[in-house]
Design a protein around this ligand. Structure first.
Ligand SMILES: [Fe+2]
Ligand SMILES: [Fe+2]
Length: 165
């Protein structure tokens, strides 16, 4: 009985992951998206891995809530595609306030290479809210705000946790 339940749970997880990867299949192979692997994000995580985390939790939460999970996954995969190392960017270019400015920069990069829905644009542009002042327009955009902060915190803590072991 317990073994059956465990098997069913594993199948459900595998199906969810498969459905999630189908949503972002074209994105993860795109050369611009792959470039994110070169740039560090929080802790020991690179931008690609961070975006993958955000995309996955966006997808799970939105699917569970009956929201637009496919677009939420895609916006999550692209939301931090600024393509520079933000740790040294201000020193090298003199442009400060990465936290405030990068959503707009990302949207410019992404719009040049992918066709985006209004929802995906809003999710990318507002994902740093309330640090950026204009609030999201859609429920999915509020979800990415929370998921991004949750993943960033976990990735940062993971680094210190690994260091202390
Ligand atoms: Fe961001
Ligand atoms: Fe992020």
């Amino acid at each position: 009985m317990r073994e059956n339940r465990r098997k069913k749970k594993l199948i459900r997880i595998r199906n969810t992951r498969q459905a999630f990867y189908e949503c972002i299949d074209d994105l993860v192979k795109h050369p611009l998206v792959v470039q994110m692997k070169k740039y560090p994000q929080h802790g020991n995580t690179n931008c690609y891995r961070h975006c993958l985390h955000v995309a996955y939790y966006n997808y799970r939460i939105c699917a569970r809530m009956g929201l637009r999970a496919r677009e939420a996954a895609r916006a999550g995969m692209l939301h931090d595609m600024f393509l520079y190392d933000w740790h040294t960017y201000a020193r090298e270019t003199g442009s400060r306030f990465h936290g405030l400015k990068h959503p707009g920069r990302v949207l410019k990069v992404v719009q040049g290479s992918f066709s985006l829905s209004e929802l995906e644009k809003d999710m990318i542009l507002k994902h740093m809210w309330p640090l950026t002042p204009v609030p999201p327009r859609y429920a999915e955009s509020y979800i990415i705000c929370l998921v991004d902060k949750y993943c960033s915190t976990c990735e940062t803590i993971e680094r210190f946790w690994k260091k202390s072991r």
